[in-house]
Design a protein around this ligand. Structure first.
Ligand code: MG
Length: 310
């Protein structure tokens, strides 16, 4: 299919959206941010064959869904509403990811993943080359609060929470996770100014918590007994004999929320949704990160973490 034909096909398969007065087909798209807050948040994220997915075993739909959801997970991290996404795709001219039907399936999967959050796909770019599939997704988010929810606001004494359960995402969750957008907005609505810092877990708690602590100029104590360990981590542990708790710390691509909350606000966020929120530790002033075991003994933060590979 020639590029013009594919672009025409995309335009025909793009539904009208009330937040998009000017969509695909012109030189730029126009998007209404909605709400009463004029603050726009921006994000761009790359997803590559053999790095973030593997087209020898994963479908166009899985690749497209993951590419969009990774970007939307950052919208969750900022507790914003995704107002629009754009996608740039470099399609291979042969092998996995080539061909018209693949490109169409990929587009429809991207559009459907965004539509779950009422987020329109308003444009993008396609080209064909002799390398593997590369998908780049950019998101425009509308802030839901006057205060930016960043990584840098954690304060000593804050309670550290994670959503869901961690570890073992390589068994399939890294392709099928759901960005915690609604949950993040509910946490912000319930905690207000007492939500001090938040991020999404993409590279594993062992790597991501130090990022939040460094940005906030604080330390943290995490209680290993409190870590919510996903059943996938136990499954993985049976095969590789690495403790499930270590998988929960080190495995990447959980796409759960990590946040620091004034302890006064903890009662406000109990039972917000059916997604569990677990207090795993406390922010400290001394800028050190420590793991505290069941006996109360403190251990240095593990220098482990996950590198993206499919
Ligand atoms: Mg992130």
């Amino acid at each position: 299919m020639r590029e013009n034909d594919f672009l025409k096909w995309i335009a025909e398969h793009t539904p009208v959206h009330s937040g998009v007065p000017l969509g695909i087909g012109d030189d730029m798209a126009a998007v209404l941010l909605g709400g009463t807050n004029p603050l726009a948040l921006l994000k761009i994220d790359q997803c590559l064959d053999l790095v973030h997915f593997d087209l020898r075993k994963h479908s166009a739909s899985q690749a497209g869904t993951k590419a969009v959801n990774r970007c939307l997970s950052d919208c969750a991290a900022m507790a914003c509403s995704p107002a629009a996404i754009m996608i740039s795709v470099a399609l291979p001219n042969e092998g996995p990811g080539s061909g018209e039907s693949f490109a169409q399936e990929l587009f429809l999967a991207c559009q459907a993943a965004a539509a779950k959050f009422n987020c329109p796909l308003v444009g993008g770019d396609t080209s064909i080359w002799d390398q593997r599939l590369a998908i780049t997704v950019a998101a425009l988010g509308a802030a839901t609060s006057n205060k930016l929810i960043t990584r840098s606001g954690a304060k000593p004494g804050d309670t550290i929470f994670v959503s869901g359960a961690l570890g073992g995402s390589i068994l399939g969750r890294h392709l099928s996770f759901s960005p915690r957008i609604e949950l993040a907005k509910k946490i912000l609505a319930a905690a207000g100014e007492k939500l001090h810092a938040m991020m999404d877990l993409s590279d594993g708690l062992a790597q991501d918590l130090p990022r939040l602590a460094t940005a906030s100029n604080v330390g943290a104590e995490i209680h290993t007994a409190n870590l919510p360990i996903h059943e996938d981590a136990y499954t993985l542990s049976e095969n590789d004999h690495i403790p499930a708790g270590l998988h929960a710390l080190a495995d990447g691509e959980d796409y759960e929320l990590l946040f620091a909350l004034d302890p006064e606000a903890v009662p406000n966020i109990v039972n917000l949704t059916d997604i569990p929120l677990t207090a795993i530790g406390t922010v400290t002033a001394d800028k050190k990160l420590a793991l505290v075991d069941e006996t109360g003994k403190s251990h240095p933060w593990p220098n482990i973490g996950w590198q993206h590979k499919s």
